[in-house]
Design a protein around this ligand. Structure first.
Ligand SMILES: [Zn+2]
Length: 401
């Protein structure tokens, strides 16, 4: 991957069209000047065109010359890609989504809306002839999401706080910390921007907004108190500790405190954007990450393994016929693992909704199909494959992962 990144960096630094644009603009100016001269004095046409021709040729040559670096960069980048991904296509010829074009279109639409590319989504929808693929209400929600995300990127917390306050009950029902996190960051912004001796705005803010949270977030408030020693109406010993620790630690040194870093650090803002996006999408019953992004990223990670497998199968002249099941394990990063997986120790098959894991009375766990096979499909008594206990299939209990 290093070679690809190197070429991409080189391409990004060289992919500068500004010189070509200037060259073309110069050519346009020459043409317009010539037109105006000819309009004023038609008898000058031949002379004007003769003078213009070599100048225009030179101008186009300049524009082409300045594009050479870009063409070269694209050629090298493509070469590096080809070298790394020798088999970029799906060689086993199996396309699980071949009959699911509407599903793919919807995923693309949703992805574009999530990314705030509303115009592109609109054009895609028109050109692909999509009708009601995504409900209009969802589009409106995504516009709001994008607008609030933009405010957060500009380090403006107001719209996000307003959104969270309106949905306090549902967020609390989900045990979400979002509203408190937003207020905490807003308070720190005030504290850090108010100057070392002027924490008044921050104090007033915290008095107005932290009280509703004091029981739920005592420890969080306590650590905030540490940074300046404000006497919040918390329990007695928290006030005492916060006053003492706050006075000793951060009075007059706010700019050097970890709290200032929290406000200045891009990662804390990114983290609040992530939390906000997660809660916003959660209320819409959608995942925080775009499914299209997750699927393509996981696919890109898995592709080299599949291609290697295809090469081996071709060499050994074998075929994998179970198309809905992978013949090899593809390790994915932890954030791509959404739930636990159980593989039946007898059949070696991964359990599914139709064939769930079942705990039999002795405590051993098998897939439902395995239990039925052991009982020969008759519901009769069978022996556990792992211990001497025997039981009836009806006594097995489904396990929810
Ligand atoms: Zn057993």
């Amino acid at each position: 991957m290093d070679a690809i990144e190197k070429e991409l960096d080189r391409l990004t630094s060289q992919a500068n069209l500004s010189k070509s644009i200037k060259d073309i603009d110069r050519c346009l100016q020459m043409l317009m000047a010539a037109r105006s001269t000819i309009e004023k004095d038609p008898s000058a046409t031949t002379r004007e065109l003769q003078t213009l021709e070599p100048k225009l040729k030179a101008g186009f040559q300049d524009a082409n010359d300045s594009l050479k670096g870009l063409h070269g960069g694209i050629a090298k980048y493509t070469k590096a890609l080809d070298k790394k991904f020798k088999h970029a296509t799906n060689e086993n010829g199996f396309d699980a989504l071949a009959n699911n074009q509407p599903l793919i279109n919807r995923a693309i639409m949703m992805h574009l809306l999530r990314e705030g590319k509303f115009e592109v989504a609109d054009t895609f929808s028109k050109e692909a002839g999509l009708v009601d693929t995504v409900p209009p209400i969802l589009e409106r929600e995504f516009r709001e999401l994008y607008s609030i995300q933009e405010s957060l990127r500009q380090r403006q917390l107001g719209p996000a706080i307003e959104w969270a306050a309106k949905r306090r009950d549902v967020l609390e029902a989900k045990a979400s910390n979002l509203e408190f996190e937003l207020h905490r960051l807003q308070y720190l912004v005030f504290l850090c921007s108010g100057g070392v001796n002027d924490p008044k705005k921050a104090l007033e803010y915290s008095r107005s907004w932290f009280l509703p949270f004091q029981h739920k977030y005592l420890s969080g408030l306590y650590s905030l108190c540490l940074c300046f020693g404000w006497t919040m109406p918390l329990t007695e010993h928290i006030i005492e500790i916060s006053q003492l620790a706050g006075c000793l630690l951060w009075r007059g040194k706010m700019a050097n405190s970890p709290y200032a870093a929290m406000v200045q650090d891009d990662s804390s803002w990114q983290s609040i954007i992530d939390s906000f996006t997660k809660e916003f999408c959660g209320l819409l019953r959608l995942s925080a990450e775009s499914p299209l992004y997750v699927a393509t990223t996981a696919g890109a990670i898995a592709l080299p393994t599949f291609n290697k497998m295809a090469t081996i199968m071709k060499a050994k002249k074998t075929e994998w016929t179970s198309q809905n099941e992978l013949p090899v394990e593809v390790p994915l990063p932890d954030k791509f693992k959404y739930h636990s997986i159980f593989v039946c120790p007898v059949s070696k098959e991964q359990t599914t909704d139709l064939n769930p894991p079942m705990m039999i009375p002795c405590g051993h766990v098998l897939a439902k199909d395995t239990v039925n096979k052991l009982a020969r499909g008759t519901g009769s008594r069978y022996k556990c494959p792992y211990c001497p206990a025997d039981s009836l299939p009806k006594d097995a209990q489904e396990i929810f992962l």
